[in-house]
Ligand binder design. Structure first.
Ligand code: PMP
Length: 438
């Protein structure tokens, strides 16, 4: 289906000429976005779209509290974090208080990639070991170390063939479409433990095991019960550390759990956070124990000019205040729960829907051509996204087969908006099954 948004050939052509080509854009003919408000985006033509994908703005677009706090701070002072000012102290205290013991020491950076890169370097510094074990079909960032552990074929089709020798991967523990399904998914943890044990036996014990603590690239699939506890124990037994990438799934989006690792009843040694932290303002953090942080002192350097600046710290504090005051994690439980129930009802009527994954407002709708073979409905997913745009809803594919609709809207989304999403999806799915004549 052709997108109805008015073409913007000049601006789009200029974007393609000047912006590195590897940075793709959504849609062949994307609407030109001018404004955002709560869970809506408004194009230059004045059309309003329901935004079902923006987990970078958990409070909603253009939240006035963030705008006012950041503008006030920009007028007062913005500098690097070597100066002494209150906001950075208050923000790091607040972050540390969100984590269980002994995670009490905070590094502030500007993005998720930086956070994962630093997390890996802290683990290498603290353990003196250079090998890292990570999950296949995961994305962790674009810097040298975070890209090295990213093996999602969606992002780089050569990912597995181009990893440096210090990266070791284990099977993606996907209980829906992986090698072990359903109850059998309990086998993933002992298999990963075997890889970790074999590395140690070969004289290269891993310095770290790194994974998302709720499986984001698969569309929000919970890791098998006990997975992180078993794998963390194995890596620690051989002197390594556990790193949790909470960049997508942390910060309340899962609803019942503020952090993904809570769902697994496991506590990592190093936690990487970003995305939601600044409601769009660049902000990232690594939180670890004082012992791990101190061991890095003679192993590497850390200073970030804008990480933890007064403006970044104020943005971070305001996001935390607003998440609390507007009970957005509670809304992820309530509105996300409503949405998941309604999507499950849709699944009963539309055979293209293979599964509804996820928790809170981190959901994935997996589309398959066959419920037994699970053949990914990749083309149908792309077509559905285009049709949803025609109908005024922004939703995008994820997963290595690009057959999962990622559903991760701003956490302020309300019941009428999720109902509108479900109705629109119902309509688009029906059209896909029986294309309109003409
Ligand atoms: N880890 C995960 C799980 C992510 O989803 C992302 C971003 N998509 C990153 C790391 C990297 O974050 P950033 O884009 O802020 O560098």
């Amino acid at each position: 289906a052709a997108a109805t948004a008015a073409p913007q050939p000049d601006l789009l052509a200029r974007r393609e000429a000047s912006f590195a080509a590897v940075q793709e854009h959504y849609y062949a003919n994307p609407p030109r976005m001018e404004r955002g408000w709560r869970h809506h985006m408004v194009s230059a033509e004045g059309r309003s779209y329901l935004d079902m994908v923006n987990n970078v703005t958990p409070l909603g677009h253009a939240h006035p509290r963030v705008e006012q706090a950041v503008a006030r701070q920009l007028r007062r002072l913005n500098t690097n974090s070597r100066f002494h000012y209150a906001a950075v102290v208050e923000f790091t205290e607040r972050l540390a208080a969100l984590l269980p013991d002994p995670l009490d020491t905070v590094f502030l950076v500007n993005s998720g990639s930086e956070a994962v890169d630093l997390g890996i370097r802290l683990a290498i510094g603290a353990t003196g070991r250079h090998d890292v074990v990570a999950l296949r079909e995961a994305y962790h960032g674009w810097t040298y170390a975070s890209d090295a552990v990213s093996t999602s074929l969606q992002d780089n089709p050569n990912a597995l063939a181009t990893r440096p020798g210090w990266v070791h991967t284990v099977d993606s523990p996907n209980s829906y479409r992986g090698r072990h399904r359903g109850e059998q998914a309990a086998q993933y943890a002992p298999e990963a433990v075997r890889v970790i044990n074999d590395l140690a036996a070969s004289g290269r014990p891993a310095g770290a095991f790194l994974s998302e603590s709720y499986y984001g690239n698969a569309g929000g699939v919970a890791l098998p019960d006990g997975y992180l506890r078993q794998v963390y124990a194995a890596v620690r037994r051989h002197g390594g550390l556990a790193i949790a990438d909470e960049i997508q799934v942390g910060y309340g989006r899962l609803g019942h759990w503020f952090w993904g690792f809570e769902q697994q009843q496991a506590v990592p040694d190093i936690v990487c956070v970003a995305k939601a932290m600044g409601n769009g303002h660049p902000l990232g953090a690594v939180i670890t124990s004082r012992a791990v942080a101190d061991r890095y002192r003679d192993q590497g350097y850390f200073f970030s000019s804008t990480g933890g600046s007064p403006v970044s710290s104020i943005a971070g504090l305001t996001v935390l205040d607003t998440l609390r005051d507007e009970d957005l994690q509670g809304n992820a439980v309530r509105t996300g729960g409503r949405l998941k129930t309604d999507l499950q009802a849709l699944a009963a009527r539309h055979p293209l829907i293979g599964a509804v994954h996820g928790s809170g407002l981190y959901l994935g709708l997996e589309l398959v051509r066959d419920h037994t073979t699970l053949e990914p409905a990749t083309e149908e997913t792309a077509e559905l996204c285009d049709r949803m745009l025609d109908l005024g809803v922004i939703v995008q594919p994820t997963g290595d087969h690009l057959n999962i609709l990622k559903i991760k809207p701003p956490l302020c989304i309300d019941a009428p908006a999720v109902d509108h999403f479900t109705h629109t999806l119902d309509r688009a799915l029906a059209e896909l099954a029986t294309p309109p004549r003409g």
